[in-house]
Design a protein around this ligand. Structure first.
Ligand SMILES: [Fe+2]
Ligand SMILES: [Fe+2]
Length: 448
């Protein structure tokens, strides 16, 4: 037998394959099976990216972003890594989460919680799309868009921790005031922003949804630290997150009720405080942020107050326990006899007193105020200072004269944010106006 040469082999193969090649040439289905797959349509790029927390900010981060579902499908997937030091090429880790529709809009709200992070560490993350490799079913990640940055909080107060606090934020019809105040707040390099309600003045109205788009656009453009980290939001609910005038419990509509279902935007846009609407966020061993709902989607008395009692008892040894909520117990513009203020003083203030809370943030009155340290409504050196009253970027109101509100130490009609710096034994405060000028400075000792 003569040895087979390569050209003999090729001829033999061609003869064997010829019938099926002829058949494939006539059959369109078989033809398409041999064609390269269509390229994927471009991914739906994020309209906005922002951060919050659901659990300890030392070891976790919750990333939210929005996409427009009419522009195509977007995976809820990202890659993250500790920011590489000295040019090292650190590998990325992948995380996935869930998406849900933003009510009454074309947007999806994507949520990914990162866990197991290192404290006091800067991380990078990037969004992307997932595709399946058919040969082995592996999911491949293709990054798109920019690389974002955030920082976890330290586990102890081994270094000072700074945050900003304010409320009544996007209340105007132009972006200018909000953008100015956000730039002022961000220039102080805070670790996060406490927002005490009345965030975008949408009132859960479908037709007002673009105000949320504006809010997140302005926030995203401005609320970055000087080294480019995104500043997370820790929010509480206000009356303007709720459909209808449910913050007033005054007469006339006792059966109107309060329900988280009246605030669908709020509970879809932020993973914290989540339903039912009050929650605590514990930071390492030194700080507990207690978000409360001042009669917007939950009654003040009853289940919420019962929960608060237990939550404060559990945190007796935490040096900084900081309640924040919308309607003030000690108002600086509205009436002291307002029904919600009365309810808060009857239900929550005795619990703050018993727990030795040193300061709480209030909002809603569109003024600046610092109360005396109060216990049972009376001046007391170890009492609680109530700080407010929500004027991040809204028209300010007149303040109640100090002789008519003796619980007030000082009050001004001024847009402001509080900048709070925690160290082991004290919290240092400055109040900053929209020009970045510091107009008030004070210190409150930590709980002993
Ligand atoms: Fe407001
Ligand atoms: Fe309000």
């Amino acid at each position: 037998m003569t040895p087979t040469t390569p050209s003999h082999l090729r001829r033999l193969l061609l003869l064997l394959l010829l019938p099926s090649l002829l058949w494939a040439a006539q059959d369109p289905a078989a033809k398409s099976a041999t064609k390269a797959p269509e390229p994927l349509p471009p991914p739906s790029l994020p309209e906005t990216v922002y951060l919050t927390w659901q659990r300890d900010p030392v070891t976790t981060m919750t990333v939210h972003w929005h996409t427009d579902w009419t522009k195509g499908f977007a995976d809820t997937a990202l890659e993250y890594r500790a920011a590489p030091a000295g040019g090292a090429d650190t590998p990325w880790s992948r995380a996935t989460g869930r998406a849900q529709p933003m009510p009454f809009t074309n947007r999806m709200v994507h949520t990914v919680e990162l866990t197991g992070l290192r404290g006091d560490t800067t991380y990078q993350f990037r969004l992307g799309r997932l595709t399946t490799r058919e040969s082995d079913g592996a999911l491949l990640f293709t990054a798109h868009g920019p690389v974002h940055r955030f920082r976890t909080l330290p586990a102890t107060l081994s270094r000072p921790v700074r945050f900003v606090s304010g409320g009544d934020i996007y209340g105007g019809s132009t972006s200018e005031l909000m953008a100015n105040m956000c730039k002022v707040a961000a220039s102080r390099d805070p670790e996060f922003a406490l927002l005490g309600g009345d965030i975008a003045y949408v009132n859960n109205e479908p037709k007002a949804a673009p105000r949320w788009f504006d809010f997140f656009r302005i926030w995203g453009d401005t609320m970055k630290t000087t080294d480019g980290r995104i500043i997370p939001i820790v929010p509480a609910i206000g009356n303007h997150e709720v459909h209808g005038d449910t913050y007033e419990i005054r007469g006339g509509a006792p059966n109107r009720g309060v329900s988280p279902d009246r605030a669908l935007f709020f509970y879809t846009l932020f993973a914290f405080p989540d339903r039912p609407g009050y929650n605590a966020l514990d930071v390492g061993n030194y700080l507990s942020l207690v978000a409360l709902d001042s009669y917007h989607s939950n009654p003040v008395p009853g289940a919420q107050t019962d929960w608060l009692k237990g939550a404060l008892e559990q945190r007796r040894h935490v040096p900084f326990v900081v309640p924040f909520y919308h309607v003030p117990a000690y108002p600086s513009h509205r009436s002291f006899a307002g029904a919600t203020s009365v309810a808060i003083r009857a239900n929550w203030v005795p619990l703050f007193d018993a727990a030795g809370v040193r300061f709480a943030f209030e909002n809603h009155d569109h003024t600046y105020k610092v109360t005396h340290p109060l216990r049972g409504g009376e001046k007391h050196p170890a009492g609680t200072r109530y700080l407010g009253d929500g004027a991040w970027a809204v028209g300010t109101r007149e303040t109640t004269p100090l002789d008519k509100a003796p619980y007030l130490e000082r009050a001004h009609s001024k847009n402001h944010v509080f900048v709070v710096t925690l160290s082991a034994d004290k919290a240092d405060f400055i109040a900053v106006d929209q020009k970045g000028e510091v107009f008030d400075t004070f210190t409150i000792a930590a709980k002993r």
